[in-house]
Design a protein around this ligand. Structure first.
Ligand code: 5AD
Ligand code: SF4
Length: 466
């Protein structure tokens, strides 16, 4: 499985590799939920004799796990499919099987349209049906082109196998999807249409999966959901539980050192969840809490259902509960009707909140969403100017936050080998990458380090005397 944007090869050099097992190359676009889904698809395919490969040249199946959130994300899929065409032709000339599958949110949104635009695609499978991928591939092998984008009535998680034991470096940090879909219907967003309405996985299923991840070596788990803090479940006596309760429960798992969750909606930050930030040392002091805009007028047009001041007040409450918490956010500039004054309100909110990290985007029209029908679309040039100003400010805050860490002694979870020999990369409580001299055998350990310097994308540290 790979997460980077890979350039597909223009021409294909036959590898001549012969192996008994088939190989799958999965290219993941978009959010962490897709990263998690790619892992589960890989597990489902392992049962069919597919081995995952990082080398597309070796693959008998290329699966694109796609993202539909912004226009550019969807365009990338079609250009990748265009390039895969040549690869398929070359393989067919060799008499070798080569299948192409499209999974994820573009699959869900476009369905049959993908088969029409990309005649070499064999399988189109939605995010709710990927447990049926093995059947779809078998049908495709029989010559049928398959589209399976239903909202399956059965629980896909019940039908997916556990992850097989993988060789290679130990996985120290893991994702775990606890909730999918969204009922919020922000007017710019495709998620309620591609991922469907909100569904929470049951508590026991989540606890079991978390325990298995810890047994397999995970020290840190990030709970995932499009609207993760809308997670709800039932306790042993049928009482209603929320994400805060789930975090208290997962904190009891021996060996699980760190918990995180993403992505949250401000309206679902309830008292119990804020208490969890105050009480649980396992819950890392980092919160991704998108606000999108600082203008009440635009927030209303976006159907966010809260005001800017309410968001700022919420951040204050969270900071009171957990003073060292670092905030991250998402922003959209150039939503239809956004005036200079609205944009200045966003800049003012950012100045007030002070983010440690953030993602910001130009508004991108998504067909089928209410935003697409709004008049008063903002010209591209204006969007670009606003985005540049916002990103300058956010970057400055990110740098200031990183520099404020210099001299601090912190816990570092050692995750993987670094670029230099003798170096490892670890994760700070605030999700920063930190380089430190340490031995490979220490991967998975949490050590005490002192931050010595801040680079543009990572920090540097030395082991602290204890
Ligand atoms: N245009 C631009 N950005 C968008 N996002 C979601 N939909 C759009 C869109 N149509 C951004 C939001 C969201 C993040 C995942 O992507 O900021 O929080
Ligand atoms: Fe999209 Fe998030 Fe709004 Fe749901 S809450 S519609 S996922 S932006």
């Amino acid at each position: 499985m790979t997460q980077d944007i890979v350039t597909l090869p223009e021409a294909v050099v036959p590898t001549g590799a012969k192996s008994n097992s088939r190989k799958v190359f999965i290219k993941t676009y978009g959010c962490q939920m897709n990263v998690y889904d790619s892992g589960r698809m890989s597990d489902a395919l392992a049962g069919e004799g597919y081995e995952a490969t990082e080398d597309m040249q070796q693959a008998d199946l290329v699966l694109l796990n796609t993202c539909h959130i912004r226009e550019k994300a969807a365009d990338k899929v079609y250009s990748a499919l265009g390039r895969l065409r040549d690869m398929k032709k070359a393989r067919e000339a060799e008499g070798r099987e080569f299948m192409i599958g499209v999974a994820g949110c573009v699959a869900q949104a476009e369905g049959e349209e993908i088969l029409r635009r990309a005649p070499d695609v064999d399988v189109v499978i939605g995010p709710q049906t990927y447990h049926r991928l093995p059947q779809a591939l078998r049908k495709a092998r029989g010559g049928e082109r398959v589209v399976d984008t239903d909202y399956a009535v059965e629980d896909k998680f019940e039908h997916l196998p556990d992850a097989p034991k993988r060789s290679g470096p130990r996985i120290v940090t893991a994702f775990l999807t606890v909730q999918e879909g969204c009922d919020k219907f922000c007017t710019f967003c495709v998620v309620p249409y591609t991922r469907g309405s909100e569904v929470s996985r049951p508590l026991a299923q989540i606890v079991t999966e978390a325990e298995k991840l810890v047994q397999a070596g995970a020290r840190e788990i990030t709970l995932l959901g499009q609207n993760v803090n809308a997670w709800h479940g039932a306790g042993q006596t049928g009482e209603d539980l929320g994400l805060g309760d789930l975090l208290y429960r997962l904190s009891e798992i021996p060996g699980l050192a760190r918990l995180r969750y993403t992505t949250s909606h401000p309206r679902d930050m309830d008292d119990r969840l804020i208490d969890a930030h105050r009480d649980l040392r396992t819950l890392m002091p980092y919160l991704h809490l998108p606000v999108q805009s600082g203008s009440d007028r635009i927030l209303k047009a976006m159907n966010r259902r809260h005001k800017a001041a309410e968001y700022v007040a919420l951040v204050e409450r969270i900071r009171t509960a957990r003073p060292d918490i670092a905030l991250s956010g998402d922003f959209i500039v150039g939503f239809p009707g956004e005036t200079d004054a609205d944009f200045e309100a966003t800049m003012a909110l950012v100045e007030t909140v002070r983010y440690a990290q953030a993602y910001s985007f130009k508004y991108s029209t998504r067909p089928g969403t209410p935003g697409a029908d709004l008049e008063d679309q903002v010209p591209e040039g204006v969007k670009a100017e606003r985005l540049a100003r916002l990103q300058d400010l956010l970057l400055k805050q990110q740098r200031e936050f990183a520099e404020s860490c210099i001299g601090k002694t912190i816990d570092l979870l050692l995750e993987k080998p670094g670029r230099m020999p003798g170096q490892l990369i670890g994760r700070s409580p605030w999700l920063q990458s930190v380089n430190v001299d340490a031995k490979t055998s220490q991967i998975g350990d949490i050590i005490n380090v002192r931050i010595t310097a801040a680079g543009p994308n990572s920090l540097f540290a030395e082991v602290a005397e204890s």
